[in-house]
Write a protein that binds this ligand. Sequence first.
Ligand SMILES: O=C(O)CCC(=O)C(=O)O
Length: 222
Amino acid sequence: MARQKELFAAPETGAGLCLAAGLTLFRYYLDGAAQRSLAGGIAEAVLKAPWYIPTMPRSGHPLSVKMTNCGGLGWVSDRDGGYRYQAAHPVTGEAWPPIPQLALSAWRALASYPHPPEACLVNFYDRHARMGLHQDRDEAELAAPVVSISLGDSCCFRYSGLRRGDAARKIELNSGDVLVMGGAARLTFHGVDKIFPGSSGLLPDGGRINLTLRRVTRPRAM
Ligand SMILES: O=C(O)CCC(=O)C(=O)O
């Protein structure tokens, strides 16, 4: 398979693949049944909070992914308001649906963080969509990791370091994989270079769904 050649082979640690300090990949964390169940949960969520196309701050250029969210807060972006979290869908004005239980279970098992996530950004990639190199830094609480779940078609995921110009590596993310970006890797630059169409039969119309679970606010001291 030609597509494998460009991808970095990470060392196995027994508790996931350690891609870098704080950056851990759990291959096939969700088995086929769990993937189908979670994909069904997202399809239901989309009935309440439909996909929409966010736009870039200032330029107003549309992103190539469609997005929605689950949870008390959702990540949104548009020309005038920029990147932010808000409690309501930007098009319908309705509250976001709850985060699916399977995603919450993955957070509890893998995040090593005592408080629940507040946001679950859901990205949909068709065969042409991609996501440029960026950091997830719109959250006040950086002590919590980002937990990222892949469903559907595989993708080429690119990550570098804490500076945009750091050397990048590429790895393939497949349906059921979960990636945890925390600690020293919480602000790692990352993005999606390309989708491999037809690599999974999970989603009826193909494509890739990515869920990123995030803690947004700092928990109040007890
Ligand atoms: O789709 C992915 O695997 C990454 C998504 C991402 O980087 C983001 O939502 O910030």
